[in-house]
Design a binder for this molecule. Sequence first.
Ligand code: ASP
Length: 529
Amino acid sequence: MASIQRTGPFKGRTIGVVNDLSLDEQRYLYQKAKELKTLAKSGGDTRPFRIEDRDYQVYLIFMEDSTRTKESFRNASKFLGCRTNVFDTATSSFNKNESITDTIKMLYGYASDSCFILRTKLEGVCRWLQIALSAYAEATGKPNPGFINAGDGKHEHPTQEFLDEFSFLEHLNWNMNDIHIALTGDLYHGRTVHSKADGLKIFRNVKVDLVAPELLAMPPSYVARMKDNGFEVQIYESLDEYLASGKVAPIWYFTRLQLERMGESVLEKADVLRKSVTFRKDMLGLLPEGTRFYHPLPRDRINPTNPTFLDNLPLNGWDAQSENGYWTRIIEIGMVSGLLGQDFEGELGRPEELPEDFIKETTPAEHKKPEYKVGIKPVEEGIVIDHIAVGKPIEEIWSNIEAIRKILKLNVRSSQGVYHSLRGEGEFKGIISLPDIISFGQKDLKKLAAIAPGCTLNLIRNSSVARKYRLSMPPRIYGFDEISCKNENCISNPKHNEGVVTEFVRKTGSTFVCKYCEREHPFREIWDI
Ligand code: ASP
């Protein structure tokens, strides 16, 4: 029996990455976790924070090892009074080659309302399931399930991020003005530090010191994201170099070396690399007054980067930090279940609106009569694609012409070539003339823009241009058989056979990011041809 209505504004939402919650929503999460923790610790009435409905099912699906994240979610679900299922991946149909998508659809059918908490090696799983299951939910007339990412490969770990920020806020007395933090350890493979590129945005002024040897350095895309978010970023290669700088942060965030994600060549050097980010007793005197150390845990029991001599010092912030996982995760499930949020005032997280004006029709009167030809014969009726890969090297222009023909299946009488462009000395462009094609649909136009941004399409009638379209780089490229994400760990990578519709979103210029794993791709790399 449902004791409390669950109709809050976050119902059925997905938390796949930190940015899935707006800054106002993140602040709401922290505020609610603070209220709950204070109430629970003082013996107050925590009933408004409980779902108390066995028809609400919380599924924990952990396909990679976990202790803290899994147990804090399991206990959070128990506190909430939901039906809690821990899905045993070792004995499941995953081992009979079933797709994650099929498995989740089946589990979704076993309750009237549910949320799924997933830890996977594959990246971008929650984003994909949100899309796949919302279509299924519509077909079955049931509410959209919520999805919470409990760590996907080396991509993100948003719920760890929320408990980390909550811990920093407690330490800083809830002052959201400034934070100066050092991130150290394995910044390359550690998903918890990647999530900091967005999670720290709740502070007005952010200074981040990245301390890691080159082989474990923060990937450039995350450094760029931090800078884009207005953070002041400094880079150091070891703790010794950092401490000698004299500009040391009072909050340190350690991470372990993620040996299970390292390739052979890095693994061989693990001991040397670890040394440069391991804290020593002689470093204690170099820390600013009141410094606090944090760690997402686990720490390596043989070679911890934050060694055990620190455990009983006031520096130890990590024990209280891990407890905070319980409070923040209760609130996260409470939010996506629709229980919490009625008192939320602020901006709701929304998918970004993408412009669709990448196809512009221009008036043919602006242009002189063209002299498009098939071979030596002028085109009287048909289509001419002009300015293909203009200004690019000649080989690239030819390969772009080839890609257009192949993807648009232009197996018709036609001619093509590489010609001088009027843009300037030594500049070239490609042209395809198609006298047998007299109509070109909107879908084909979009496809052409995605293959050859910058080209023009001319409809020729009675030997002159009747319509002309300028095609620029589209904001999204999706759904073509000839594109794929080149990250082998991405859920959309064809080798995983999950039936994911590949989609790229333009970031800047000609750089696109995969909608699921967020890996950056230069435009040409998207294409398989
Ligand atoms: N527990 C964290 C994670 O799942 C950190 C770690 O494993 O090192 O990413």
